[in-house]
Write a protein that binds this ligand. Structure first.
Ligand code: WT7
Length: 666
């Protein structure tokens, strides 16, 4: 963290808004003062302006049950109606909602009218399968239009969806199905990944075979046409169910605080947390941020967020916000380098994408591939570029603006989390003078600060912990089934303040620079991974006695997973460390998913522990990042670090090859 502080304070480049852009921008500088003077009035106005309510609300915020907020609680609303039907009713049925680009190059175009028919049919199909308001539905799918339709169909009947990223393992899917007590699983036979069909349905079969008493049916979309095992009575083809269903469906008016979805994310302990989001406040902030941070003009823009629906970015900025705002967007199933490294730029040129939202890891990967690849495509349609998921280093920021944005486009570095539901800290295009590497300022209506260990705000120039000091509309409403953990995780560290888990610094202007996680959460390619979760996966392997995992700096992925393992005596004897490392990496992929595979596995004889038995990850991080090992005086046995260093210099060390790069925003 200290290094990052040094680097950031030397960044002096500034990018003032272009006057022409500013003149047409949705965001206005006055927004800050207005929202500051009357935050509730500000959000109420956004909620009324941007959404169509079934019953208008009178109440704005009820914070009497803090830390559980209730926004617009006496209003009723339907998310799918807002995302689809109202645009058709307003005469925009012919507007393209989704340009779908499959990895093999197949395409589909869905207008808002198409979407209305499909979502209505899917909603009727869910009801026919016995899914009712309040029942949970697990969604385990590739990024195809049916995934969006499935989520909206759930929202339409008030069945909270729990989307599980298609790259997660059967094991991970199983634990999420159990925790949410899902009644239905929606999946597909498979999807296209790196040039071939990759199966999904077998993971669902495997997950359900482990026991899932609440699941009655599995609804299966045919995407790849590969053979699937079929459980009669349980499995139903999506196309059969939709064909049998009417395309007329009345959206259910739901209370503003009705759960919209659960999304699992890694925390500091092994068990993923089911982050709960509700309807009215979430949609309000999703819509507001999307219009203002990306300067969306629904009639003319073509918007593309490269995230998968398995992550919060895909929920808020692929499914809900763009459709609520009546945008035309691109969704792409595959990876940036299939079949060639220019695929993204080909897509931008083909659909004349004007707003692009992606992750720093993707930007750095493209940077590494060379300027001539994007240079070979016409990117002149782009007018706003966004970044999300991890700190973006100034060099990548400047490259993004220069090579992708042709030195024209504003770049918005957006800080937020699964828990915050929508963007919280970001420059506003046309308003903010941008500083490469900084997310800069809380949006109008959002209150953030950087505090020290005693919860005191640090002065400009100081560093500490990022906190949110006032409730916001799209904030999580808890952790599914574990409200105590909600309180402990976010509200115990600093009394009355939401602790985000990020380190941050205020510069001399008071702008915020994010410095990465301060807890045992890693950020690999913009994806959150828990050290303890990977450690648990490693020790569940019969050859492993103990394991410690750290996130080490990585030029492309931000951080990379580095694991230190102590092998059981019988496992060490005759097998090459190389072979064991490969086996362990595959084991982690099986337990969690390929994104959690350690980049490096180091076989060691000891782990550094304090007298109370806590692993000192700080020292391991020094080794993983090839630094001189820091202060080791609190170790129970101070010779351990020498032993580890000596052992690593010896041939027992195994550096496995890096995990295959995931699609930047998988
Ligand atoms: C964590 C949240 C928000 C959607 C994607 C990730 C890091 C996110 C930024 C940014 C610096 C960022 C933080 C945060 N993060 N955006 N612009 N600058 N760091 O969602 O998986 O819930 O992870 O991602 O560390 O706490 P998530």
């Amino acid at each position: 963290m200290a290094d990052a502080l040094e680097n950031l304070s030397t960044e002096v480049r500034r990018f003032a808004p272009d006057p022409e852009f500013a003149a047409q921008a949705n965001a206005r500088p006055e927004g800050y003062a207005w929202a500051k003077a009357d935050p509730q009035g500000f959000w109420a106005e956004q909620a009324r302006e941007l959404l169509t309510w079934s019953t208008p609300f009178e109440e704005v915020l009820d914070w009497s049950g803090a830390p559980v907020a209730r926004w617009f609680a006496d209003g009723t609303i339907n998310a799918a109606y807002n995302a689809v039907d109202r645009h058709v009713e307003a005469g925009h049925g012919d507007r393209v909602a989704i340009y779908f680009e499959g990895e093999p190059g197949d395409t589909r175009t869905l207008t808002y009218a198409d979407l209305q028919r499909e979502v209505s049919k899917a909603a009727n199909a869910l009801v026919a399968l016995g899914v009712g308001t309040g029942d949970r539905v697990a969604v385990y799918m590739p990024l195809i239009p049916e995934a969006v339709i499935a989520m909206l169909a759930c929202a339409r009947i008030g069945a909270p969806h729990s989307v599980v990223f298609g790259g997660f393992s059967a094991e991970a899917l199983h634990s999420r199905i159990l925790d949410a007590e899902a009644k239905l699983v929606i999946t597909s036979d498979g999807g296209y990944r790196r040039g071939s069909a990759s199966a999904l349905k077998p993971a669902v079969d495997e997950a359900l075979a482990k026991g899932a008493p609440t699941v009655d049916h599995v609804l299966v979309v045919r995407r790849t046409g590969q053979d699937v095992e079929w459980t009669e009575g349980r499995d139903v083809w999506w196309h059969d169910a939709l064909e049998a269903a009417s395309d007329q469906h009345e959206p259910v008016a739901l209370e503003a605080e009705h759960p919209l979805f659960i999304l699992y994310t890694s925390g500091t302990t092994g068990k993923p947390k089911g982050i709960l989001h509700t309807t009215g406040g979430y949609l309000t902030q999703a819509a507001y941020t999307h219009l203002n941070v990306f300067d969306l003009k629904p009639e003319t823009d073509v918007y593309w967020c490269t995230a998968d629906i398995g992550w919060i970015t895909g929920h808020t900025y692929v499914v809900y916000a763009p459709l609520i705002n009546g945008a035309t967007q691109v969704i792409y199933e595959g990876t940036p380098d299939t079949p060639h490294r220019g695929r993204w730029w080909e897509i931008v040129a083909k659909y004349k994408v004007s707003i692009l939202y992606t992750a720093p890891t993707a930007i750095r990967t493209c940077m590494k591939w060379g300027d001539d690849i994007p240079g070979a495509h016409d990117l002149s349609s782009l007018r706003v570029l966004g970044s999300v998921g991890e700190p973006i280093n100034p060099e990548a920021w400047v490259w993004y603006r220069h090579v992708i944005g042709g030195d024209r486009t504003p770049v918005v570095d957006t800080w937020w989390q699964t828990e915050t539901g929508a963007i919280m800290i970001s420059p506003l295009p046309g308003v903010t003078t941008a500083k490469p590497g900084s997310a800069q300022v809380p949006l109008p209506g959002i209150a953030a600060d950087v505090v020290d260990d005693d919860a005191k705000p640090v002065p400009n120039g100081g560093g500490g912990y990022l906190v949110l000091t006032e409730p916001w509309p799209s904030m999580l409403r808890g952790i599914w089934g574990d409200m105590e953990r909600y309180q402990d995780t976010y509200w115990s560290r600093f009394k009355g303040l939401y602790f985000a888990g990020d380190g941050a610094k205020k510069d001399d202007d008071g702008d915020i620079w994010l410095l990465g996680r301060v807890d045992d959460v890693m950020n690999v390619s913009g994806h959150r991974l828990s050290t303890t979760e990977i450690e648990s996966a490693l020790v569940s392997h019969p050859s492993v006695a103990e394991a410690a995992v750290v996130g080490a700096n990585d030029e492309t992925t931000g951080q990379a997973v580095v694991a230190f393992v102590i092998l059981r005596q019988d496992a060490v004897s005759d097998r090459p460390a190389e072979e064991i490392a490969t086996e362990l990496r595959n084991h982690v992929a099986k337990e969690i998913g390929p994104i959690a595979k350690p980049r490096t596995i180091l076989v060691v004889a000891e782990l550094p522990k304090t007298r109370s038995g806590k692993i000192m990850r700080r020292l391991l991080r020094d080794i993983a990042e090839h630094r001189t090992v820091g202060d080791a005086t609190t170790l129970a046995d101070s010779s351990v670090m020498d032993l580890i260093s000596a052992g690593l210099a010896a041939p027992a060390t195994s550096k496995a090859s890096p995990a295959e790069p995931t699609s930047a925003t998988d």
